[in-house]
Design a protein around this ligand. Structure first.
Ligand SMILES: [Zn+2]
Length: 493
């Protein structure tokens, strides 16, 4: 994700306070008190659920042509239990649940917090296949406490689920540590175009509607799901090695957007030169006419605000570097996703790194200047957001909560320090090995520091501990004169 700093925004209101899930139950009978469960993520303790591993989601959505009305939906989950389950918790908070089946039998269900809690007719033993079918609605109207999920665009819908909003759209195990394959089936009126992550599988027209089916070839985290429904045109290009590139743009803006869209193959080739083969089956840019306040690296189809490309005041080099930021995430964050949300610095630090490197190589904006500036601000960022690998938790009412400067330039700064410490050659080898070793998987901060130590040929744990967990920014290797600005103390009240 990359938050916009480029224009004044309507500040997100503090309306996040009203917690409380809005799952309404048509038929629920809780056999016992039900509590929301999570997998203990330090930043989002209730995200994810214990006891099973999702292999695949198959999500059917029926769009009526009105983005203020709930969509009818069926979510089919193909999972395997890792322990015996007499209750199955799913994350889901913004729709009406009509029925749930587990392994072909009707199950009872209730809610607790933002969990949909399902009681199968018979407990599911450990190590068993578990097929769950949830018939529900998916409401695109923003919840009081929602930081997105569905994004209502001028002509339809798009999705922005990072970090904890996928379960506002569909029932799921909403944590990046449980990646799965996805199939999306979208039914929409004929005049709309629907596109989702991955490759198109089928498109059938029946009467006034069209059914669109897409499937991912690689596992994906729920936070990276994308479904776009709009008056869109899909533009096709070819990337390196014949990689299919498909961009989704508002039909009325095709001409104006084409010069930007045409840059993607070159950016792909540039990234491949840096870190190796693009990890997925296709790529593209989704341009949405909506004010999100950010761009987002949804897998194989990154979401961008239309105004990034069409407002004249943004210099071309800047827009290019933002495009590269989201593209770099396809390797860093998508193919290799964080095991926990505290590993977010690995996503954003790397995406910021390649964003800045691209600006240096293509537009003469020195990386060193940007890093010196980041160094100056780093102590203040650590004070307000926590250190890079132990960021402070989400704060209600704060814009996209955990996405603070410390995980962007504050973490690119850690990578810069590492390159200073081990040298350019080893650093570049580390980057390539990182994305190939952990491709299609999840990885932790410890995985990164161990790989770095291995490549450096020496124990870097002291170096990393100071840079990733210290309240203060350590001295920059090779730049003894770089100084941080003192942190402003809050005046006592
Ligand atoms: Zn980002």
């Amino acid at each position: 994700m990359l938050l916009s700093t480029r224009s004044p925004r309507h500040p997100r209101t503090a309306a996040l306070l009203a917690a409380g899930a809005s799952v309404a139950l048509l038929a629920a009978a809780a056999p016992r008190p039900a509590a929301p469960l999570g997998i203990g993520d330090r930043l989002f303790p209730h995200l994810g659920n214990p006891g099973y591993d999702v292999r695949a989601y198959d999500i059917s959505l029926t769009y009526q042509g009105d983005n203020s009305k709930p969509l009818d939906a069926v979510t089919r989950i193909d999972a395997r239990t890792t322990s015996r389950l007499d209750r199955v918790n799913l994350d889901f908070s913004h729709g009406i649940v009509r029925s749930v089946e587990v392994n072909g039998s009707r199950a009872s269900f209730t809610t607790g917090g933002e969990d949909l809690i399902v009681t199968p007719r018979r407990p599911v033993p450990a190590g068993w296949p578990m097929h769950i079918t949830v018939r529900h609605t998916s409401d695109p109207m923003p919840a009081k406490d929602a930081e997105v999920g569905w994004v209502r665009t001028k002509d339809g819908l798009a999705m922005a689920n990072q970090a904890d909003a996928a379960h506002r759209v569909f029932p799921c195990n909403d944590h990046p540590s449980d990646k799965a394959l996805f199939t999306f089936r979208i039914n929409a009126p004929e005049k709309y175009t629907a596109v989702a992550n991955g490759l198109p599988v089928a498109r059938t027209r029946g009467g006034a509607d069209t059914d669109w089916t897409y499937r991912t070839a690689h596992p994906m985290a729920t936070e990276l799901a994308q479904v776009s429904i709009g008056r869109s045109t899909v533009l096709h290009q070819e990337g390196p090695h014949g990689l299919p590139v498909r961009d989704v743009v508002p039909t009325k803006d095709v001409k104006a957007l084409r010069p930007w869209i045409n840059k993607t193959p070159g950016q792909l080739a540039w990234m491949e030169k840096k870190v190796g083969r693009y990890p997925f089956e296709n790529y593209g840019v989704l341009v949405a006419e909506a004010s999100t306040g950010f761009e987002l690296e949804t897998q194989t189809l990154s979401l961008f605000e239309r105004e990034l490309f069409l407002r004249p005041e943004y210099p071309s080099w800047y827009v290019d570097s933002i495009m590269v930021h989201e593209l770099a995430h396809q390797w860093f964050g998508d193919s290799v996703s964080p095991r926990t949300w505290s590993d977010l610095w690995l996503n954003e630090g790397h995406a910021t790194w390649y964003e800045a490197l691209y600006a240096q190589e293509k537009a003469d904006r020195p990386l060193e200047t940007r890093m010196r500036n980041a160094y100056r601000d780093s102590d203040a960022w650590r004070a307000s957001g926590g250190p890079p690998a132990a960021p402070k938790g989400p704060v209600r009412g704060e814009k996209i909560s955990i996405f603070r400067p410390v995980v962007y330039d504050g973490s690119a700064l850690v990578l810069y320090a590492l390159r200073q410490e081990i040298g350019k050659e080893k650093f570049e080898r580390l980057e390539r090995e990182w994305v190939s070793t952990h491709r299609d998987s999840t990885a932790t901060t410890a995985d990164f520091t161990e790989l770095a130590s291995g490549i450096a040929g020496r124990d870097l744990s002291g170096f990393f501990h100071a840079w990733l967990y210290g309240a203060k920014t350590p001295p920059m290797p090779g730049h003894p004169k770089w100084k941080t600005q003192p942190v402003q103390r809050q005046a006592p009240k």
